[in-house]
Ligand binder design. Sequence first.
Ligand code: FES
Ligand code: FE
Length: 380
Amino acid sequence: MSSVEVHSQQPEPTGSLIPTLPGSHYTDPAVFELEKSRIFQRHWFAAARSSDVPTPGSFRNVDVGGESVLVVRGRDGALRAFLNVCRHRGARLCVEESGSVRRSLQCPYHAWTYGLDGKLVAAPNLGSMQDVDRDEYGLIGVHLREWLGAVWVCLADEPPSFEETVQGAVTVRLGDDTTIDRWGIEDLVVGRRITYDVKANWKLIVENFMECYHCATIHPELTEVLPEFADGYAAQYYVGHGAEFAEEVTGFTVDGQGGFGALAGVDAEHDRRYYAITINPQVFLNLVPDHVIFHRMYPVAVDRTIVECDWLYAQEVVDSGADLSASVELFHRVNQQDFDACERCQPAMSSRAYANGGVLVPSEHHIGQFRDWVTAALAD
Ligand code: FES
Ligand code: FE
């Protein structure tokens, strides 16, 4: 692979083309297996929204790089994450995607019972628990952080710095003087969730999200609201730059009308603007004045990815019973248009025409950074 200049900002168009990853990176199950262990198990992974696990005993079960991880709220209100594997003979503790238990997690096989803090509390018919070290045979814990109202887990023994790799990614995108705290994302509530089953490799979805070269072609509603996107310029990747709403637009909605009042922390400078952020490897955020769109990707196979998308609003907007449909519809259409494009590419990734990959035009050059990030992670 040739060396590639790494850009922290949108480069000036030079007319030069740089190569993408080869087609096999999007189709080869062996590459996907390597990505599971070297990317999804090693980096911080947004597993759920904290509110998905609302009360003591609630749990959510998420596949993280091929490992089933249980996120559980304890009796003390804290969230913890564990490998979803019984320490006795390895049965899955929970097979449901989500649910709640009263005060413990009991294995359905021989009924070993674990507290919500992961400690082994009972193992039946042993006479006494003296033979079993309750601490040693507790559930295996997984690192967990909460930020932006999301639950982030990491399976690495020593996770990379959360501050640098997750929070730092946002700082770079927004610039130092525009903090994401303005949007108060941890206090927003889910107004709508749509889950997409996309028949495409997760990297096609990231790469698509990172560029706006396609906006003029496939996003008619979005370019009406954000006219600069009609130029096919990935304007959101200028550091600190938010794309401006069209003059006649009153809200980030499917027809540019309506919308809700700006979130409390969004000042005049950030009002009427749209910011898009990618946090490697599986989160996309869109920030607009009155809501936030939070995408979490769950890669399930080399050619299939589940995308869970939350539209987040101020509590009072959701409580008021306001009609969210025009607001949700805009990015729902954008998502469908984007995922259709990814599904159009996926079958061609195995063509001999794409054996050596394709090329990135100047307005897509920052995808080269992602490509280099993936390449370095796999080599490590
Ligand atoms: Fe869980 Fe035996 S495998 S109790
Ligand atoms: Fe798009």
